[in-house]
Write a new protein. Structure first.
Lengths: 152, 169
């Protein structure tokens, strides 16, 4: 192609007035070996533009399958759980308390014997407690003398 | 629409989506993630795709919006995109280039352009859409696109000439 035409095209190119076909011509011209010396510096530009569209998207595309839970299904599942819980709650009968365990009497054989011994032990305990309480009865004297002094 | 039909439908433009995302986001990984997200979005609305005459244009518009949003949120959180993959090329492409060095200069210069000019350069000079399509995708009028395109090309020329004359500046 004659040089004048190319120069004209380049001028048009930079004005943004070239058509796609004309741009193709320019790219073609600059991809050849015989580029005029004074146009040499445009070469990288046009070559870049030509070569750059070879880069491809080569990553595997993963499309999400459409099995997404819809709000309706989530609601249905939630209400199932709720009613299940309600049902279980209303139908809950506490199992009857286990009958008095007779075998847990320690070293005694009959319950009566154990009862008597327990009473004995508790009586002994309360006797001792009373003894202790008596021994602090004199503290009441303080109270009495206080009443004498600070008459209400 | 089943998965195979969908993949068939996006086949012609998924690479364009990726390249556009890469042009804006710069990093390949981010562009891949973006492409993935955009295609999944398309897949989600697959039942409505029938209404659109041009799914490709829709995809490109979505890509543009998605990437600009990404950039905005990135700037807001003060993160900078790392420009690491200028040299990430396949060997076959390398051989085509006599001057790899100034070639990546072109890429660098394009990446320095404002976003809108980047978009237009990518769509016009690389993907070769006509002005009418670009106008639809970017929701701009054709004159504005021509002006922006001319400005972008002139900026590239200016910076390249500088590099050419003074060596690497």
């Amino acid at each position: 192609m004659e040089l004048a035409r190319i120069e004209e095209l380049i001028e048009k190119y930079f004005q943004g007035d070239t058509t796609l076909a004309e741009e193709k011509q320019l790219k073609q011209y600059f991809s050849t070996e015989t580029v005029a010396a004074h146009l040499e510096h445009y070469k990288p530009l046009f070559n870049y533009l030509t070569v750059n569209d070879k880069e491809l998207f080569n990553k595997e595309l993963s499309l999400p399958s459409k099995k997404r839970f819809s709000a309706a299904w989530i609601a249905i599942a939630a209400s199932l759980v709720f009613f299940g819980g309600l049902f279980a709650y209303l139908n809950y009968k506490p199992s009857p308390a286990p009958a008095q365990v007779v075998s847990d009497l320690g070293s005694f054989v009959s319950p009566e014997e154990a009862f008597e011994e327990t009473q004995k032990a508790l009586a002994l305990l309360s006797e001792n407690v009373n003894e202790g309480v008596e021994s602090i009865a004199y503290l009441n004297e303080y109270e009495k003398s206080k009443q004498l002094i600070f008459k209400k | 629409m089943n998965q195979n039909e969908f993949i068939h439908l996006i086949e012609p433009f998924k690479d364009k989506v990726f390249r556009l995302a890469k042009r804006l986001l710069v990093s390949s990984e981010e562009a891949q993630d973006a492409t993935q997200d955009i295609l999944v979005k398309l897949w989600d609305k697959k039942n409505g795709l029938g209404q659109y005459k041009n799914v490709e244009a829709l995809a490109m518009t979505m890509t543009k919006n998605y990437c600009l949003d990404q950039l905005k949120s990135k700037r807001a959180s003060n993160l900078k995109i790392v420009h690491t993959n200028f040299t990430d090329r396949e060997a076959g492409l390398d051989q085509k280039m006599e001057d790899q060095d100034s070639w990546s200069w072109v890429e660098k210069i394009i990446n320095e352009l404002p976003e809108q000019q980047k978009l237009i350069i990518q769509m016009r000079d690389i993907e070769q859409y006509d002005f009418e399509e670009i106008a639809k995708m970017l929701d701009m009028n054709e004159t504005a696109i021509r002006v922006a395109l001319s400005r972008a090309r002139k900026t590239i020329r200016e910076k390249m000439t500088k590099t050419h004359q003074y060596g690497i500046s």
